[in-house]
Ligand binder design. Structure first.
Ligand SMILES: NC(=O)C1=CN([C@@H]2O[C@H](COP(=O)(O)OP(=O)(O)OC[C@H]3O[C@@H](n4cnc5c(N)ncnc54)[C@H](O)[C@@H]3O)[C@@H](O)[C@H]2O)C=CC1
Ligand SMILES: O=C(O)C1=N[C@H](C(=O)O)C[C@H](O)C1
Length: 249
């Protein structure tokens, strides 16, 4: 007997990512588009969607997730802007829903996930680490979700290794020149038309540097990860943060 396709709803369907997701789901075996909604549409229009993919806006995503969890719909979330408080609220909402899954990934591109993993591995070996993220100029949030996730992982690895803050002789600074501190790691954000999504993780130590760089040059780079997440979330209850937890790395 053939299994029925997973019914997928897309929120943010007219956006850069949402529109790409709709096409990817349409072309994916075992999945079908159940609804494609954007700002202003009633969430009731999600109908019988079993999994909803959210690529909307940091200001909208929590409202969407509250609705989805209340209606027992699994969620795959690419939208950025997640804080510890937001994640704690989601864990609380999911606690009485043992069969329901929410999978949030700051980046669905395989290379970006690998770059984050390599950076976490390298972190304990270098005195200093900084992150540069480069994106198109229509991005709402800075720093990017990916760079924040990367910086936190580096910060945790440095703390576990007992590393002090990296040496830095700066005593005079124009506001922002040294970037934002995320998890104790400096993150620098560049916004330029022509870019898609890029990240450089730089390490410095005695007489050497190491640079790990990832480039998404097209939004198709995110689609294998999104489709994997959709197929996975239906049988992965609770909150998962990061595609690294799903990939066998
Ligand atoms: N996790 C990942 O791999 C990736 C994450 N992103 C993130 O995804 C989000 C969206 O990025 P883009 O597609 O570039 O933005 P976009 O601005 O092109 O698209 C967002 C869409 O969401 C719609 N929207 C806003 N509020 C809504 C609501 N309440 N309900 C339904 N739709 C709503 C907007 O009208 C717009 O069409 C951002 O947070 C971005 O950082 C982007 C690329 C990859
Ligand atoms: O807004 C984007 O474009 C992207 N957002 C995500 C982020 O903030 O990390 C993922 C990717 O970098 C593209």
């Amino acid at each position: 007997m053939t299994e029925s396709p997973i019914r997928v709803g897309v929120l943010g369907a007219r956006g850069r990512m949402g529109a790409t997701v709709v096409k990817a789901v349409e072309g994916a075996p075992g999945l079908e588009v159940a609804a494609a909604l954007d700002a202003g549409d009633d969430l009731a229009g999600l109908g019988a969607a079993q999994v909803v993919v959210d690529f909307t806006h940091p200001d909208a995503v929590m409202g969407n997730l509250r609705h989805l969890i209340a209606h027992d719909v699994h969620a795959v979330v690419g939208t950025t802007g997640f804080t510890d408080e937001r994640l704690a609220e989601l864990r609380e909402l999911l606690a009485p829903k043992p069969g329901l899954g929410v999978l949030i990934a700051p980046n669905f591109a395989l290379g970006a996930v690998l770059a984050m993993r390599f950076a976490a591995q390298a972190a304990k070996f270098y005195a200093s680490a900084e992150v540069i993220e480069l994106h198109h100029n229509r991005k709402a949030d800075a720093p990017s979700g990916t760079s924040a996730h990367t910086a936190r992982a580096i910060g945790e690895a440095r703390a576990a290794a007992g590393l002090e803050p990296g040496p830095d002789a700066t005593t005079s600074e124009v506001d922002g020149a040294r970037g934002a501190s995320v998890g104790g790691v400096r993150v620098h954000s560049v916004r330029l038309p022509g870019l898609v999504a890029h990240e450089e993780i730089l390490f410095g130590g005695e007489g050497e540097t190491l640079t790990i760089r990832h480039d998404s040059i097209d939004r198709s780079s995110f689609m294998p990860g999104v489709l994997l997440a959709v197929r996975t979330v239906v049988s992965r209850p609770g909150l998962t943060v990061g595609l690294e937890n799903v990939l066998e790395l």
